[in-house]
Design a protein around this ligand. Structure first.
Ligand code: HEM
Length: 450
């Protein structure tokens, strides 16, 4: 068995010394560990055996070959208070069954049907932009992705007052959840339902959301389904091939919450980081606008344009490499495991820091540079499978990957067909790794009509 290098752990003292560094300089802290100790290192804190794994072959084992020997970590118990037993939080056979039921709603032909909603929502947001003014990119992208997920989930017919309630309370719930997951004491209180102020606030918003989503579901149940194509209708009609059974209203509500959480902030961040990178690289932005002009001309983008937008896809792909919104994730071992001659004890937690793997010069030349054309280079064919994995992998791979690609590429194309966005000279965005990879400060860009 190979020994796993570890720093000297003095119980509690090491935690106290390292906690603020790990919390405030997360990327530098994790990079320091990987640089010092290598592709597998023991970063245990008191009470939890934890390992960083940086080696694609081991990541592959964890996500695919040996995935059945892992489960969600403790943090997800807190998430269950919000998402119940949705796809993101559930484990084992139940997760497998839910995944089978939901998968058809994300087949490529379904995703193509959502394309017009994506373009429409981008258009509605751009209609509010005043040429020559400066806009907050993060807010603008949030407006688009929230509208996209609301309309694809519930269709365009959702009563405006219900849509308003959902769009007001979902971001509030995410913000409180974000506050909670940053603090282990808050996580503990949420798990145990100890009513400290932040937990009380969370349950209040959650109760309001449950009420509105339950109301939408019960209205749907009463209506005749006349070939509706929204995600909610598909969840309601999904039947297990073997047993013929469908989901309960409670399960449907959990999945609706899950799609909101998993599907909107990640895409907001991916789009915001991409627009920022294009702002930093005017030459690439020019080539991108030329591609959009050639493929789309003066009309609106449609699903069929997706294939032809080759550089746009490379731009989005490279942005997901440099700034993967899901910058890290973890699994807990359900039994003692041997992977590549390393022993990981039952109950320990394995962390992949996707961000660091994506920035490793072993896999990418000039890893800190934004080079969309690298994805056309010959040597990229040699890239190990888990050296680039912004959507995870294996049985928990992002179910919305195709959706995210369609949304990312078509929203970028819709923007480039109407506006040029520029950054203030010298502006540099810094990362703020929370549950997802946010920006430290909002990014403001000037919009010029084309
Ligand atoms: C650029 C956008 C997105 C990124 C980078 C992203 C990334 C990821 C990653 C890395 C995972 C796996 C996490 C893990 O293994 O622990 C995941 C899971 C998931 N994603 Fe996404 N995602 C994106 C967009 C979406 C969208 C648009 C949806 C739905 C509409 C979605 C729904 C989900 C769900 C439900 C899961 C849980 C799957 C499971 O555990 O079976 N995601 N996502």
């Amino acid at each position: 068995m190979k020994p796993i290098p570890r720093r000297r752990l003095i119980p509690v003292i090491t935690d106290l010394l390292e906690y603020s560094d790990a919390a405030n300089n997360t990327i530098a802290y994790t990079k320091g560990m990987v640089d010092r100790y290598g592709d597998v290192c023991d970063v245990s804190f008191t009470g939890i055996r934890s390992f960083f794994i940086h080696e694609p072959e081991i990541i592959k084992e964890m996500l695919t070959t040996q995935s059945g020997k892992f489960k969600r970590t403790r943090l997800f118990r807190a998430f269950r208070k919000f998402l119940g037993d949705g796809l993101f939080t559930s484990d084992g056979d139940f997760h497998k069954q839910q995944r089978r039921l939901i998968k058809p709603a994300f087949y490529p032909q379904r995703v193509a049907e959502y394309a017009s909603i994506m373009v429409q929502c981008a258009g509605d947001e751009m209609d509010t932009w005043v040429a020559g003014s400066t806009i907050n990119i993060n807010l603008a992208m949030t407006n688009i992705t929230l509208q996209v997920i609301t309309k694809t989930l519930f269709g365009s017919q959702l009563a405006p007052e219900l849509a308003e309630r959902v769009n007001r309370d979902m971001p509030l719930a995410f913000a409180v959840m974000g506050e909670i997951v940053q603090n282990p004491f808050y996580v503990y209180c949420l798990e145990k339902e100890i009513k400290i102020p932040v937990v009380k606030r969370f349950f209040k918003i959650k109760a309001r959301l449950d009420e509105v989503i339950d109301h939408i579901i019960s209205t749907y149940r009463k209506e005749e389904n006349t070939g509706k194509l929204d995600l909610l209708s598909m969840l309601m009609e999904a039947r297990d091939e073997d047993t013929g059974s469908g989901m309960t209203d409670r399960q449907i509500r959990d999945e609706v919450m899950t799609f909101f959480l998993a599907g909107h902030e990640t895409t907001t961040l991916a789009l915001s980081w991409t627009l920022y990178l294009l702002g930093k690289h005017p030459e690439i932005a020019g080539r991108f606008r030329d591609e959009v002009k050639n493929v789309i001309g003066n009309r609106k983008p449609v699903a069929a344009d997706y294939q032809a937008l080759h550089l746009t896809k490379n731009i989005f792909k490279e942005s997901l490499r440099l700034y993967p919104p899901a910058w890290t994730f973890a699994r807990e071992c359900t039994e003692d495991l041997i992977i590549k001659d390393y022993h990981f004890p039952k109950g320990s937690v394995l962390w992949t820091v996707t961000y660091l793997v994506h920035h490793d010069k072993k896999h990418f030349h000039d890893p800190e540079d934004f080079i969309p054309d690298r994805w056309d280079e010959e040597q990229i064919k040699e890239l190990p499978k888990y050296a680039y994995f912004p959507f995870g992998g294996g049985n928990r791979m992002c179910i919305g990957e195709g959706f995210a690609w369609m949304e990312g590429v078509l929203v970028l194309a819709a923007i480039a067909s109407r506006f040029r966005l520029t950054l203030p000279d010298g502006f540099v965005a810094e990362v703020r790794p929370m549950f997802s990879l946010k920006m430290k400060e909002p990014v403001f860009m000037k919009v010029e009509q084309l």
